[in-house]
Ligand binder design. Structure first.
Ligand SMILES: [Zn+2]
Length: 296
């Protein structure tokens, strides 16, 4: 029996998805590292924390996503699909910046085996700064710099009054302990694939979902992928449609890097393609859809 309840006024609780980062390890100037926020009843849940995550959260706040909190101080619960650097390079930023900006409670992070060790080393790496801010003139309360790490196994990993989160294993090459997540809220079911090749488990967890956010390749590479490799989930998540776009930065060769530098105009280098506010606003309310997110 679901513990998820609609709001008292009988209206479905609005769920919003904020694509904070849709990039790859390549330092594309318009795409931050993988990071997605699901906002339910004004509470934010973060999935992955690639480079740039807190600046994109602040940008989302300034665009009206109040649930982030100024300085991302309301990002208190996070889920990690896997330990690759493009999904985790924003971890010190996630731990420390909102604390400095005013978060007073520990961060709760759910992710694969190895996350405890990563957390311990991050905190150790920034020990001098943390001690200075606690014991120096700032006198910051130490609780806000702490992290409660929950190393997860497949199955139900988190539940509160807004959301139920189920982790499932995905296939990411030789990397072990890579997960996708299914998020069930009072009005939406959202699946985030993480980085994965097609798997039956992913297909199973997409059943009945409203939105699938899936790893994808660049448009050029996508054109070479066999249709059988991409139709496995679309058959379950909604009418088969050709994707209108990829959310892909692709990989950049040195030549492409130079070319971008040559054509860049002042003021156009911001990550404006990220922080798209996908649900909860008029025309962006698909009952069934998918978004492609390239990450490796
Ligand atoms: Zn990866």
């Amino acid at each position: 029996m679901s513990r998820l309840k609609p709001r008292r006024n009988g209206q479905s609780a609005p769920t919003q998805i904020v694509m904070l980062g849709t990039g790859t390890p390549a330092p594309h100037p318009e795409r931050s590292g993988p990071a997605t926020a699901i906002v339910v009843n004004g509470t934010s849940y973060l999935i992955d924390f690639g480079p740039g995550v807190i600046r994109r959260a602040q940008a989302a706040y300034e665009k009206g996503i109040a649930a982030m909190g100024c300085g991302a101080i309301n990002l208190r619960t996070a889920f990690l699909t896997h330990l690759h650097m493009d999904h985790t390079a924003g971890y010190p930023d996630l731990i420390l910046t909102p604390w400095i900006m005013g978060r007073r409670k520990p961060l709760e992070v759910f992710g694969p085996i190895g996350l405890k060790a990563m957390t311990k080393h991050v905190l150790q790496a920034w020990r001098v700064d943390i001690e200075n801010r606690v014991n120096g003139p700032d006198k910051l309360p130490p609780a806000g710099s702490r992290v409660n790490v929950h190393e997860i196994a497949p199955g139900l990993v988190y539940e509160d009054r807004n959301i139920r989160v189920t982790a499932f294993p995905v296939s990411h090459g030789e990397l072990r302990n890579a997960f996708g997540f299914r998020f069930e809220t009072p009005d939406r079911t959202i699946v985030i694939s993480g980085d994965t090749a097609p798997t039956q488990t992913t297909e199973k967890h997409c059943e009945g979902c409203d939105v699938l956010i899936h790893e994808a390749y660049s448009q050029d590479t996508y054109a070479k992928v066999l249709s059988s490799q991409i139709s496995y989930v679309f058959d379950r998540t909604g009418p088969a449609r050709e994707p209108s776009q990829t959310r892909s930065g692709g990989s950049l060769s040195p030549r492409q890097c130079r070319r971008r530098a040559e054509v860049a105009q002042p003021g156009t280098g911001s990550a404006r393609r990220d922080a798209a506010h996908l649900l909860g606003q008029g025309r962006h309310r698909p009952r069934s859809g998918y978004f492609l997110n390239r990450s490796v």
